[in-house]
Design a protein around this ligand. Structure first.
Ligand code: GLU
Ligand code: ZN
Length: 311
């Protein structure tokens, strides 16, 4: 096997401005790619027409540039990739791996009453797998027939990860009722089409990875390496969200926070350095994912207040 050149990517959803959690994933993804002498791609995950906004796309270019993170080549917009997703769905259909499902959310939730709740919402009980009669007046989604057995992979930060997708999630949606490809399918198709070799993203997607690996396998694609970075938490242990509006790069910048101060703090939260303000490129020498903190980081209000006052 020949070593492939490192190709990383950052794939934000333009549903708001980039907040501290996204920014940290972007910074670490960029550092990992650039330290390896690799490419770093940018993909806009704008499949959800109701939540994605063009002004947020412009905003995230601005936020990345502010942080000093550059990217290579054309930006890929998922909203323009319908043809590629259709082809992948056709390939899965020919292989007998998808089927239409007309179950409503409520029906799935009812059928999956505890203890059969999966890791990401209710476990799909497979109602339509055997070809249930489509319910009149309902548009069907397409579900992927998951393979039995466990999926294993090695995460650069978490180590070995094992999931029985059939019992943790069940057959999952690859095309929504509105005809749009699901996140799981689009990610796999786009990463492969753009030659991505390394996926670095937030911990919240760790449990999606086995599903994506099953799709990669069914489509005959090559799996990338994965690194899921731990979340930023509020002192109460919840995901950093309470002050999310105030914790975007844009909001902090408007309050006079410099890029250097922000980069220094993002680096400190990742176990890299003591928070001294610096440019992103200054973190490159000696950077290694093995130095990145593996535990979630509790973000204290005082740190954020100090950020605003000292810059
Ligand atoms: N669009 C996803 C998000 O913003 C990230 C997808 C990925 O990195 O695979 O959470
Ligand atoms: Zn169904």
């Amino acid at each position: 096997m020949t070593a492939r050149r490192y190709v990383g990517r950052f794939a934000p959803s333009p549903t708001g401005r980039l907040h501290l959690g996204n920014l940290r994933s972007a910074l670490l993804g960029w550092l990992d790619a650039r330290a390896a002498g690799g490419a770093f791609l940018l993909r806009i995950e704008d499949l959800d027409p109701d939540r994605s906004k063009p002004e947020h796309v412009a905003g995230l270019f601005e936020d990345l540039q502010f942080l000093g993170l550059d990217w290579d080549g054309e930006v890929l917009h998922q909203s323009r990739r319908a043809e590629a997703y259709r082809e992948a769905l056709e390939q899965l259909r020919l292989a007998g791996r998808v089927y239409p499902c007309t179950c409503s959310r409520a029906e799935v939730a009812r059928a999956a009453s505890a203890p059969h709740v999966g890791e990401d919402g209710p476990l799909y009980p497979g109602t339509c797998r055997a070809g249930a009669t489509p319910k009149a007046g309902r548009t069907a989604s397409l579900r992927f027939k998951v393979a039995p057995g466990v999926v294993r992979f090695h995460d650069a930060l978490h180590g070995p990860f094992v999931q029985d997708v059939e019992h943790a999630v069940g057959d999952f949606v690859v095309q929504r009722t509105d005809g749009v490809a699901s996140y799981q399918l689009a990610v796999v198709v786009d990463d492969a089409a753009t030659g991505v070799t390394h996926v670095l993203r937030g911990d919240d997607l760790l449990s999606s990875t086995p599903r994506q690996l099953q799709l990669i396998d069914a489509l005959g694609l090559e799996a990338p390496a994965y690194a899921h970075v731990p979340l930023l938490l509020q002192p109460d242990g919840k995901r950093l969200a309470k002050r999310e509006g105030a914790l975007t790069a844009a909001a902090l910048r408007a309050r006079g926070v410099s890029a250097e101060a922000l980069v220094g703090l993002l680096a400190k939260w990742s176990g890299l350095g003591d928070g001294t303000p610096c440019r992103a490129a200054e973190l490159l020498p000696g950077f290694s994912l093995s130095k990145v903190r593996r535990e979630p980081t509790v973000v204290h209000d005082e740190e954020l207040d100090a950020l605003v006052q000292t810059t």
